[in-house]
Ligand binder design. Structure first.
Ligand code: ASP
Length: 324
């Protein structure tokens, strides 16, 4: 019988609605000890690691989850399911994707409706995640996100709707698989990547979003000794308003790595425009164009690369493509 470790970290999946209709955390996770989620097919071992709304999640806690998974791998368990709030689920999932050796399935899931709401999706998603984690076909696919009967890669999935149960999407490529009545089926392969071995995480890695008429104010606010790195969600193919450039240059002069992605929901940042603030100029200035990741994931990748102590050249290479 397969042994699956369920690491619970909080989020709506572990919350309930009170008489006023507010969604609130519980002292006891209502899905942590369900009576036989999967009958006799799988042995589920439970670890109530955190009970946090996911806006309270930090990279320090992500590292703790990573270490618990490493322990599960060392103990010879067959798979891991992490339950998590959906707001920052994609960030924790991608952190794990970049740091957990790809030896057993690791599946992250959550819920959009709390445990006692009509149509609650938590227990269903939890069971699907366990079924995916227990399937041999799920090995070697990186960290997976299972929600609403779809299997997504941690690398590309994103939360697209504030409340709908079909919120998790992979904009450019779609899900890599489906869960049909408990049976996972895969349709796409993920390009392999190397993982980073971390013993700590750095702080002060930031994310800014560009907008029409943006100036250097936010960039100058980061011009200090603490700032370790910055991701900018640029406009369109990867461009910035020209008024930002002097402040951007001041950060580069401090050797602060600046990674450029697009604020567009779909597509990749590319240096195709040659005008003040265009992608070609930004690349020549020294910004690192990162392809295929959204802003929050590029920030996680930059934070992981910096935490791994990569040199400036290695970091540039690490950030340039979605794989490494
Ligand atoms: N705000 C909640 C959280 O991320 C949302 C959820 O879990 O769906 O913890």
């Amino acid at each position: 019988m397969k042994k699956i470790l369920a690491i619970h970290t909080g989020g709506t999946i572990s919350m309930s609605q009170n008489d006023q209709g507010e969604i609130v955390p519980n002292a006891q996770n209502p899905i942590a000890h369900p009576t036989q989620v999967l009958d006799d097919q799988v042995q589920v071992i439970t670890d109530d690691l955190f009970n946090l709304p996911s806006p309270h999640m930090t990279p320090v806690q992500m590292l703790t989850i990573q270490q618990r998974i490493a322990q599960a791998i060392a103990e010879g368990l067959d798979g891991v399911v992490v339950t998590h709030g959906t707001d920052t689920l994609e960030e924790t999932a991608y952190f794990l994707d970049l740091t957990v050796p790809d030896t057993i399935p690791v599946v992250v899931t959550g819920a959009m409706r709390s445990s006692n709401e009509i149509g609650a999706d938590g227990l269903h998603n939890f069971r699907s995640a366990i079924q995916v984690a227990a399937a041999d076909a799920s090995r070697g696919k990186g960290v997976l996100v299972v929600m609403n009967d779809e299997i997504h890669t941690a690398r590309y999935v994103t939360k697209t709707h504030t409340t709908n149960v079909a919120t998790f999407k992979t904009p450019a490529f779609g899900p890599i698989g489906l869960v049909t009545k408990g049976q996972p089926t895969y349709f796409q392969e993920l390009i392999q990547q190397t993982v980073c071995d971390l013993d700590h995480v750095v702080d002060h890695v930031y994310l800014l979003k560009a907008f029409a008429g943006m100036d250097g104010t936010f960039f100058d606010a980061l011009n200090n000794d603490q700032t370790a790195g910055l991701v900018v969600e640029g406009l369109g193919a990867g461009n910035l308003p020209p008024q930002t450039l002097p402040a951007v240059q001041r950060l580069l002069d401090r050797q602060i790595p600046i990674v450029l992605v697009s604020r567009c929901y779909n597509g990749v940042a590319t240096d195709i425009y040659d005008y003040p603030g265009g992608g070609i100029e930004l690349r020549k200035m020294g910004l690192i164009l990162c392809q295929g990741l959204n802003g929050q994931k590029a920030r996680i990748k930059l934070l992981v690369g910096l935490s791994a102590g990569l040199s400036a050249t290695a970091l540039r290479q690490f950030m340039r493509t979605a794989v490494s």
